[in-house]
Design a protein around this ligand. Sequence first.
Ligand code: DX5
Ligand code: ZN
Length: 224
Amino acid sequence: MVELAFSILASDFAHLADEVAAAERGGGSIVHVDIMDGHFVPNITFGPPMVEALRPVTKLPLDCHLMIENPDEYIPAFASAGADLISVHQETCRHLHRTLQLISEHGVLPGVVLNPATPVETLIEVLPMVHYVLVMSVNPGFGGQKFLPLALRKIAHLAELREEMGLKFRIEVDGGVAPETVASVVEAGAEMLVAGSAVFTRGKTEQSARKLLKLARAAEAAQS
Ligand code: DX5
Ligand code: ZN
């Protein structure tokens, strides 16, 4: 079943708990938290204290997308702040296997992320260790960017590899997921759909989340 992972990056930070509650009422089932360090990506967002602040306001899993250099240094802090899932960029990890192990050792579900320019093949050896693979459909750093269709082929390729290798990891997609693009990502095989600007629409968040999820579920039903 496809799930909506709403990205709080596009929310009204002054009313974060209300924003999360509205997206949840609209059917969102994962809170996607974008962590940016101003080095790996040209933007700065928030750190473990934000995760800690979110933890008591929702029971939904907190999915921390680390767009930071040296993620190993911060994984323990995100885990103790209450992260349920942590993903790291393949491009930031010199010892990706060790980093994924570190996430698991902290009792958190590990994920790995691919930038648009990074091929799926670079993950072959670590696919058996991950709970999810996140395919970026924009270059990371900002919300509200245009969807890059090259992500579709990568999602489909991952789904094929999963089948061939007899694995169970989930496929997440992030960037430009909106009413116009959501069917294509679901058809390609994505199951965790990150959406920020298409969900957090001042005063209409619940309805926007519901609409996006409805389109995703319709695309999913049309396949089976
Ligand atoms: C981009 C972030 C995304 C972002 C998506 O670097 O990883 O999660 O919030 O925003 P939209 O849905 O607006 O493209
Ligand atoms: Zn993200």
